[in-house]
Write a protein that binds this ligand. Sequence first.
Ligand SMILES: CC(C)(COP(=O)(O)OP(=O)(O)OC[C@H]1O[C@@H](n2cnc3c(N)ncnc32)[C@H](O)[C@@H]1OP(=O)(O)O)[C@@H](O)C(=O)NCCC(=O)NCCSC(=O)C[C@H](O)C(=O)O
Ligand SMILES: [Mg+2]
Length: 284
Amino acid sequence: MTQTTRPVRSVLYIPGSKARALDKARGLPADAIIFDLEDAVTPDAKDEARVTLRAELDKGGYGERMKIVRINGFDTDWGRQDVEAMKGADIDALLLPKVNSADDLQALADLIPDVPLWAMMETPEGVLNAQGIAAHPRLGGIVMGTNDLVKELGCRVTADRMTVMTSLQMSLIAARAAGVLIVDGVYNAFKDDDGLRAECEQGRDLGFDGKTLIHPAQIDIANELFAPSQADIELARRQIAAFEEVEASGQGVAVVDGKIVENLHIVTAKALLSKAEAIASLEG
Ligand SMILES: CC(C)(COP(=O)(O)OP(=O)(O)OC[C@H]1O[C@@H](n2cnc3c(N)ncnc32)[C@H](O)[C@@H]1OP(=O)(O)O)[C@@H](O)C(=O)NCCC(=O)NCCSC(=O)C[C@H](O)C(=O)O
Ligand SMILES: [Mg+2]
């Protein structure tokens, strides 16, 4: 599976300092894990977290879950030490926080070869430079950092997220233009399932590949809402069948449920079926 077809419906942050949570993650149904050395770890726990995390990664047992390590930025004392500690580790990506430009990613790329890089989109400068960041040759994915964005923009958190909508969409457009994955920001109220459900639906409808999460109880909702539903799958199959039929008679437009279906809709339908297959193979 290439990085862009790999399911990332649920992307769970785990503080690198919490050994129990790091162990628990081996049995959680998250598609991806962000092992965090940045904001979820207090300054006095940074050195120990780095050692704990490397030991847990070396132990393995995380299966097919995508393993992403969020390091500290290079404007801190810890960023370079985090990179050193992750050299040779069995990980799928390093995630750089507060990326302002492609140069920030290049500084990380210069320190470590081969490992794909992911970028946190969570500063106004980063959002304005989203196109260049997404186009960096080592970039595999973008993670929205909506908490930092709210802080930096000086806006309020609203239920409809209109205050961060421009940033979400600029980042998403940049990711799509570059062909990299992009996952939505976290929903802080981790006991509010209805609120999480609404935000997942919004993120999915906007085009995000999945949602970052802070608690295991959020995983099932994200997995459900970022997967094609049975109705989506059946409609895609009917569209493909109907289009093949009209195509065989030399026409380019079918009608399904009173709506036109053209070749471009078939591309979307096939992509949806590929995603459903990738999820089934991951879960199987
Ligand atoms: C939010 C929490 C502090 C809550 O922790 P806790 O009170 O321990 O929760 P529970 O008692 O309900 O936990 C039940 C069991 O689940 C395990 N657990 C909890 N959280 C996780 C997790 N994230 N991953 C794996 N396992 C987890 C507990 O260990 C319990 O297990 P057991 O004892 O066996 O029953 C806590 O959930 C937490 O710390 N969450 C992560 C917070 C975090 O990572 N924050 C940083 C990322 S958010 C961010 O920075 C985004 C971005 O940068 C931005 O700007 O927006
Ligand atoms: Mg942040």
